[in-house]
Structure formats: C-alpha cells, structure tokens
Design a protein around this ligand. Structure first.
Ligand code: ADP
Ligand code: MG
Length: 700
C-alpha cells in the first residue's frame, strides 16, 4: 500500500458509516443510525434494504459468501459461511441476501460450550446482527458481527453481556450526571484501547514442537545461555524480517478499519507489541479478536508462527494485553480526564471514586475476569502485576485524594517544566503521573490501564466486570444524590466521596507491586491474593456476585453458573492436554535423543578403551553417569505425572477437578520439567528432534 493511498484504503473492506451514508436511502440510513445509537428495534423492511445494499457492496468487493461472526465461550470466534447464490429454474443463479438472513442466523449450537444451559438434543441457537459493530469483508466473505444465544434466550457468547454491561454503565452514569446538573448528556460510552503483546518465531521450528502446536506454550526446554537480562530488546531496532511482517500486518488491519497505531519490540527476545487507537468497547473487542487472527495469518505468510499464549517460554516474560479503559459522554466529556483543576472537577471526582470503590469491592471477580490456565503462569511472576488487585493513582491524584479525605481544598501543583539541562532540546511539561509498570490497575492521565488480561483471551470479560461494577457504584452514588435535599450539592458530594475513600483507600498502592513486602502489606490490608483460577472461581457464584450481575441484567443466575462450569472445564481440559503432550514429548522425543546420545557416547568410550585404556574414558563415563541419572529421575517423574493424570480423568466435580489439576498435575509437570531440562541441557542439538530455546528465540 502506498502511503499516499492510506486515507483511501483505510477501512476499504468495511461496510462503515461512510458507505452506508453513500449507498442507503436517507430514511433507511437514519433508521439504522437510530438503532445503533438508541438501541431501538430494526423493522424488517429496513433490514431488507440494508441487506440488499450490503450484498451489492460485498459482491463489488469480491465477496461470494456471507457469515454470521460470533464469539462463543471458547474464547475464539466462530463462523459458518453461506454463499449468496440462489439457483434458478433455467440452471442459472442469482445472488440473494435478505433482511432475515442479515438479522438472524440459526447455527446448530450443540457443539459449543454452554455449561449445562442446553442439552445436546436442544441444538437450536440463534445469532443476531449487532448493527453497532460494522460488517467487513475477509477472505471472500462478508462478515456480520452477531450476538449468540440459546433457544431459551440465554447468552452463549461474550458480546451479549458486554453490550448489556455498556448499557448498564451508560444508564447509571447518565442518571448521576443529570443529578449533577449535566442534563444534556444522553449516553455514556465505554472506550477501550487494548495493547497486544505477541511472540514471533520461525514457522519451521514451530511445526517441530508438539507442545507449541497443541498447547501454545513450551512444556520442556532448557534455557538458552542468553535471556532478557541485557535489556536490549525492549524498544530495540526492529529487525528487517520482523519489520516487513509488521508492515503487512498494519496494512491488513487498516483495510479492515482497525486503527493499528503503535508497534515496537517488547522485553523478551522475539516479543513484540501492537497498540491500536481506542474505540467504543464493543468494536474494540471485535477488533482485538480480529487483530489476533490477522496476526497469525500474516505470520504464516512471512514464515513465522505468531504465539499469543500468555507464557510460551519459561524464564522470560510472557505476554499480556493492556486494557485501557475510559468513559466518555456523547457530549464529548472524558469522565476520567482530571482537567486543569481536578479539585473542582466534580464529575471527574465522582467517576474516579466510583472506579476505586468498584475495583476494591469487586476485586475477586475482576481477578477472575482475566483468569485462565495460561494467564495463571504470568500473574505474580515478576513480569506482570501480581494476582493482588490494587490501584496506582500517581503522586498528583494521591495528593488530590488526600485533600478530599481530609476535607481540605486542593491546590494543584500545576504543570512542571521538564528540565533536561541542554538548551537545544525542546521545552515541554511533565505528565501528571509517572508510569508504574508493576500495578495491575493504573491511572494513566485520562484513563485506567488494567494490565492483568492475558494475551490470548478476549478482553470482553474484563470489561463486562469493570463496567458492571462501576455501574453498581454509580447506582449507589445516584441514590445518595437523589436523597439529598440541601442546597450545597458540592459539599455533599465531597463528604460522600470522603466516605467512599475512607472505606476503599486500602486498594490504593503507589509502590512496587513486584516485591514480597507488598504481598505482606496487601495481606495486612485484607486484599485478596487469588493466585490461580480455581482459587478465584468460587467468588463468581457468591451471593454478592450473583446479586451484582442479576441486578444490572448482565447475567441471569443460570448464565453465571454456566460460565462457572465452562471456565472450570476449560481450565482442566487445557492442563490435561498439556500433561498428555508433555508426557509424549518426554517419552518419545526427548528420550529418543537421550538414548541416541548415550549410545554414541558409550560406543565411543568402548573404542577409546580398546585403543588407549579405561582411564582415558573418564569424560565419557562422567557424562554417561549424568545422563543416566537425569534419565532415571525423568522416568520416575514421568510415571508420577501419568498416574496422577489418570486420577484426574476420573474426577467429576468441576471445582475439585480444576483444583486437582492446579495442585497436583501442575506440580508434577514442574518436577518433570526440571529433570527433562537437565537432561536436555546435556544433549547436543543434533540429537534432538525439536528446536531448543536458543534456536527459537534468537534465530530471526
Ligand atoms: P503505553 O505503552 O503507555 O501504555 P500506548 O500508547 O502503547 O501507551 O497505549 C495506550 C492505549 O490507550 C492506546 O491503545 C490508546 O488508544 C488508549 N487510550 C488512549 N485514550 C483512551 C481513552 N480515553 N479510552 C480508552 N483508551 C484510551
Ligand atoms: Mg500500556
């Protein structure tokens, strides 16, 4: 793509507002807009007209098929393609696409996880068009973003609850803003920018490792002699092959209307990051799913494999997804922007407090919203925030909150000029917060950055919980505002905020979240440290959680329980596959190398002995002894893992099974890995049928 064509080509594969404005009759365009903005119902004649226009546009752009695109609870996306063709009697065809086909689809839902919401014989499920996220063309098909639900109307996907949570937050925020005198606000929008980390490795290497192929992460592998200790990769020069990949990736994303903005090398070798410009939450989540898919597809073209797992390699950083989150009114006010005078900015203070209260009160479910077998390896590993939820607000906001708490007027220190000691350098003012990479939830100037989500999963869950929890705090604030009958609203708001702050300030922490002393301090403050998914899972169905989600119509009790079952099952299945894969790799691939090397060594030693003397073989014998010891230990650990995995397979209760995988199987795998890695470190590469860490991480 030529740079000069970029403005033209951006979004050229998207049925966006510009295309609709150009192609739809005026009243149809208006009706669609009303649906998008106000969530009103779309009449069939309007849908028919939109469908006909969409089809025409799609065919002009090379599409022969359409598909309802949805996000079932596998965490991936799903699609089933239908062609536009409709045969005529004379053996010819015409191209058809009706309003009905646009609005509703009927995939067989029985093979998607439903957590007991549906028996397999009740196969019917529906997909319903989400007009708020634009349709697009990919690989010759028109993709229509849709929500997915069961015959009984229960949500079976991630989009439906996300949309519900955005609606809930908007409703409660508008009530509060009206009560504060901002009567012109009609809607509040959740905005998300999700920075995406990933690894690129050589495709040929990838194909030779069963662990990467089946589980996305390496299950064995001795560390390379170099890791990330030189700190030379972060923001380092991008290598030409990687740069060519990033270039292609940007172009593909831009054509799909995804505003990819930033690209750079990350901390670990072969690790990189892409950040888009923020968008409305629903679209941002769709775009992130699409970004992950395009990342893999473009990687394949460049002979790379793109790894999105949270912890593909031991001993170096894993990958996350930073969820930048804010709320913005339809009048253009970012409610988390402190502005010039934050002490007087009542909406900002109110929303800031609502977020602080929400994060403290609903910490366990926020932690759960990012829990997965993969992400558990990352959180708390001194590379990502710990599993303890806390909030970093930075010095300026800390001062502001202190004055609120003490009932004092706040004097902003004002903007500080940056002094760099060389007059040729430009003058600029400092930001009002420094960065704190160790905090799971950090205020970053005009938004919060939730840093706990893993790289591979949809960020829908994190935002569902965040939106709903904040909506609940706003409901309570609104009730208090409503009951106040005096005439000094500002003083009342400040005293209310004082109360909220004194109750929730334990969650504020500006220090280093990676230290052991924080773990102790957090325990003293009563903050939970839920290290694994099974530790956190029971909180999902606790009374407070059920009440929160049902009150705001995000999940019914049945939907909550179904997600509980699915998460536990998914966790257990993931580790089960890892266990089997690890056993196979050790038993076959590594053992084969170990035996072949021992064989060569002993032959060589025997020959040497004949030619020289037994004492000439001490090196070989010492090596053989080490290999033998490692092999024996490995064998024992392997049998233990195999035996325990059989026990795990017999368990029935979801939580108990997940706990067993977490406590026993993962521990067995750690032991086996230790011996396997010791053995591998002794074996020359040519004896191994799979590539080593050194080859995978430093060969690009
Ligand atoms: P950093 O590396 O400092 O975290 P980046 O520039 O890589 O910063 O990412 C910041 C992300 O935050 C971008 O995706 C950006 O679009 C997003 N962002 C900026 N403003 C908002 C906002 N108001 N709401 C949501 N996301 C935002
Ligand atoms: Mg960031």
């Amino acid at each position: 793509m030529e740079a000069s064509k970029l403005t033209e080509e951006f979004g050229c594969l998207v049925f966006n507002d510009k295309v609709m404005r150009e192609r739809l009759p005026k009243d149809t365009y208006k009706a669609v807009h009303k649906t998008i903005e106000k969530g009103t119902h779309l009449e069939l004649d309007v849908a028919n007209c939109v469908a006909a226009t969409m089809k025409e546009w799609a065919i002009e752009n090379g599409a022969t098929h359409f598909t309802h695109w949805f996000q079932p609870m596998t965490g991936l996306t799903a699609e089933k393609h239908d062609s536009f063709i409709s045969p005529c009697e004379n053996g010819t065809i015409i191209m058809e696409f009706s309003g009905k086909e646009l609005v509703k689809g009927e995939p067989d839902a029985s093979s998607f996880p439903s957590g007991g919401l549906r028996a397999t014989f009740e196969a019917r499920g529906y997909t319903a068009w989400d007009p708020s996220s634009p349709a697009f063309i990919k690989d010759g098909s028109l993709y229509i973003p849709t929500a997915f639900c069961s015959y009984g109307g229960e949500a079976l996907d991630k989009k439906t609850p996300l949309l519900r949570s955005m609606e809930a937050l908007s409703q409660e925020a508008v009530k509060v803003l009206h009560a504060l005198g901002y009567k012109d606000v009609q809607r509040v929008n959740t905005t998300i920018g999700s920075e995406q980390e990933y690894f690129l490795i050589d495709k040929e290497y990838y194909k030779k490792r069963k662990d990467l192929l089946f589980t996305g992460r390496t299950l064995i592998g001795a560390p390379a002699t170099k890791g990330q200790e030189m700190e030379d990769h972060y923001f380092g020069v991008i290598k030409p092959k990687v740069s060519a990949y990033m270039h292609d990736l940007d172009e593909e994303l831009w054509r799909l209307g995804i505003p990819a903005k930033t690209k750079h090398n990350e901390v670990a070798p072969s690790q990189h990051e892409l950040a888009p410009v923020f968008e409305t939450a629903n679209i941002a989540v769709d775009h992130n799913q699409l970004t992950m898919e395009v990342m893999k597809k473009v990687a394949d073209k460049h002979n790379f494999a793109c790894l999105l797992h949270e912890k593909p390699f031991e001993g170096i950083n894993g990958s996350g997804k930073h969820n930048n989150w804010s709320v913005c009114t339809d009048t253009g006010m970012n409610l988390l922007d402190p502005g010039k005078n934050p002490g007087e900015n009542i909406p900002f203070l109110v929303f800031l407090m609502a977020v602080i209260a929400a994060v403290d009160e609903y910490a366990p479910i926020l932690r759960l919203s990012v829990a997965s077998a993969g992400n558990d390896h990352r959180l708390g590993g001194n590379e990502a925030p710990p599993a303890i939820i806390s909030i970093f607000v930075g010095d300026e906001l800390a001062d502001l909150l202190k004055s609120v708490e003490e009932g004092q007027a706040y004097q902003s220190a004002g903007k500080v000029q940056m002094a760099m000691g060389a007059t040729v350098l430009p003058h600029f003012t400092k930001d009002n917060t420094d960065r704190n990479r160790t905090s799971p939830f950090a205020f970053t100037g005009n938004k919060f950055e939730f840093r706990m989500p893993g790289s591979a999963v949809s960020v829908a869950n994190a935002n569902i919980v965040l939106n709903t929890a904040v909506a609940e705090e706003l409901t309570r604030i609104y009730e208090k505002l409503e009951s106040y009958k005096g005439d000094d609203q500002k003083a009342f708001v400040l005293s209310m905020l004082q109360d909220i702050l004194s109750k929730h300030k334990r969650v504020l922490f500006n220090g280093n979240g990676y230290t052991e002393s924080w773990v102790e301090e957090a325990a003293k403050r009563g903050l939970l440290n839920l290290k694994s998914l099974p530790d956190a899972m029971p909180y999902w169905i606790k009374e407070e959680s059920v009440e929160l989600f049902t009150k705001h119509h995000i999940f019914t009790k049945e939907e909550l329980y179904s997600r509980y079952e699915i998460l536990l099952e998914n966790y257990a299945k993931s580790i089960h596959i890892e266990s089997l894969t690890m056993q196979e790799m050790v038993r076959k691939d590594l053992t084969e190398g170990l035996i072949a090397y021992q064989n060569d060594l002993s032959h060589e030693a025997m020959q040497k002995k004949q030619l020289l003397s037994a004492s000439a073989c001490t090196m070989e014998l010492s090596l053989l002894e080490k290999l033998d010891a490692a092999g024996t230990a490995m064998q024992e650990a392997l049998e233990k893992l195999a035996g325990d995995t059989q026990l795990a397979e017999q368990k029935e209760d979801g939580l108990e099974t997940a706990q067993f995988y977490q406590q026993t199987i993962l521990a067995d795998m750690d032991v086996l890995r230790k011996y396997a890695d010791e053995a591998e470190a002794l074996i020359p590469e040519k004896y191994l049928s799979y590539p080593t860490y050194g080859q995978m991480l430093f060969s690009l």
